[in-house]
Ligand binder design. Sequence first.
Ligand code: SAM
Length: 197
Amino acid sequence: MRTFVLRARAAPTESTKLLASVGKDAHAEILAHTLMNAIFVAQSHRPDVIVYLVLESTADFSRTIRFDASAMQDIGGFNEQALLAKVARALDASRGMAKDETRPVESGVTVRTVSFERLVQQLAEDHELFVMDRKGTPIGGQAFEGNPCFLLTDHIPMPKNTFHTLDRLGATRITLGPTMLFASQCVVLIHHYLDQR
Ligand SMILES: C[S@@+](CC[C@H](N)C(=O)[O-])C[C@H]1O[C@@H](n2cnc3c(N)ncnc32)[C@H](O)[C@@H]1O
């Protein structure tokens, strides 16, 4: 199983704001592109993928939307609009949720009011964590066994404190080279690397 967590620090947790932010400061398109490249291949999808989108621009709690590609029945297309509609649907389903509550949205999709830090603490119990960072270990020098989980951000960097938390959880920093890439481009390169093994 391959797991990707996108920490979308600028992404609104209110669906209309999210949809209105495409191409604006919050760059909601990053969520769609990352989902697209994590889940889809030509004429099919990758069944062995889980994606967590953690939306953090909120008046109450972060919203963590979990997509299990193998359980998603109506993926509804891979265009930006279709994928953002899935995210918006999950946000609408999450209205009024208390802290650390989980709700089903549709087959293969759930939404939870959990923070990025709490999520990665839980994932660390049965995943090997990798933080994508240009200053990390080259991906070619890293062995991957079990359930790798790759941590990425939108256009806003991971706060320094988070790196300390991730270090304590044993996360490894991985680089894909010196060029600053989009999160969605990192996902393609990670899949490519793992596909070669
Ligand atoms: C657009 S970048 C984030 C840019 C942000 N301003 C920063 O300084 O981190 C989006 C995500 O891709 C990761 N990333 C971008 N280029 C990378 C590279 N060459 N190797 C590893 N991760 C990379 C970043 O670490 C981040 O998680």
